[in-house]
Design a binder for this molecule. Structure first.
Ligand code: SAH
Length: 251
């Protein structure tokens, strides 16, 4: 049995109870050492076989899983944040399907949620934006034409950029060309929820400069949009004049 587990965004106590239990039961753990907090490995048994996938290929990861399956062992594949976001789990799951192995997935706190917590912000403010676009600037991994930053920026929604902190010169130009005003609020969140977490507030036009000045080149999220501003409408859900399934208006 193989369990894909989301490690959470960094803080060692942000893994789910289920994730921690699976880690404590595993015979073999393969963790993404470049981003998973190694403190999480405290959950592992003393005799657990631990591999850091940072320098491994997909084939090498699969070879470790093959060996564990042949010995009827339990493997945890520990991914940073939530495995469904830039986690490269599909290719692993497809390979496991082909081999007929049983596997499951335990979600985790994605870093974009960790970043909102660091910012003490709400991404979906009434009257501001009801949409969060999760995307990335194009680097070595191509981004489909219809998802170019310039095109996505046209929505003016809340946007969160993963994997982009070293590409900000071009990214900010694209964001502005697409429609964000240069003074749209933005923030760079470095190592959200880690002890060394840092929040740098700026505007769309000063993203690259802010990253440069603060030496941020990786492990950061870029957030953009009016949700970082000061105005919004109050929610209808908690408005005394609004009835819904759980409450009559007038209370
Ligand atoms: N599955 C992960 C994302 C993996 S891609 C998740 O759900 O969070 C790796 C990218 O995620 C990094 O380049 C960075 O942009 C972002 N990232 C991961 N952890 C982060 C953290 N604690 N703070 C800020 N950004 C983070």
């Amino acid at each position: 049995m193989i369990h894909f587990v989301g490690a959470g965004s960094g803080a060692e106590d942000l893994i789910t109870l289920r994730g921690a239990r699976l880690l404590s039961q595993a015979d073999v753990v393969i963790y993404a050492g470049s981003l998973v907090n190694p403190a999480l490995l405290k959950h592992c048994r003393a005799d657990c076989e631990i591999h850091d996938s940072a320098a491994m290929t997909l084939e090498e990861v699969l070879a470790v899983m093959d060996k564990a399956e042949a010995a009827s062992k339990t493997t945890v594949r520990l991914h940073t944040g939530d495995p469904s976001i830039y986690g490269a789990i599909r290719e692993q799951m497809d390979a496991l399907e082909q081999r007929g192995y049983v596997y499951d997935v335990t979600p985790g706190v994605s870093s974009f949620c960790g970043a909102a917590a660091a910012l003490k912000a709400e991404y979906t403010l009434p009257g501001v934006s009801q949409t969060v676009i999760i995307t990335r600037a194009e680097g070595r991994t191509p981004v489909p034409e219809g998802e170019r930053l310039r095109n996505l920026a046209a929505h003016g929604s809340t946007m969160v950029l993963f994997l982009s902190s070293s590409l900000l010169e071009k990214a900010q130009a694209e964001l502005m060309a697409g429609g964000y005003a240069p003074d749209t609020p933005a923030a760079i969140v470095y190592k959200a929820t880690w002890p060394e977490e840092k929040v740098y507030r700026c505007t769309v036009s000063t993203l690259a400069e802010t990253a440069r000045e603060n030496h941020v080149t990786k492990t950061a999220l870029i957030t953009v949009g009016g949700f970082l501003g000061s105005s919004y409408d109050r929610s209808l859900l908690y408005d005394p004049g609004f009835s819904h399934g759980c409450r009559e208006a007038g209370r």
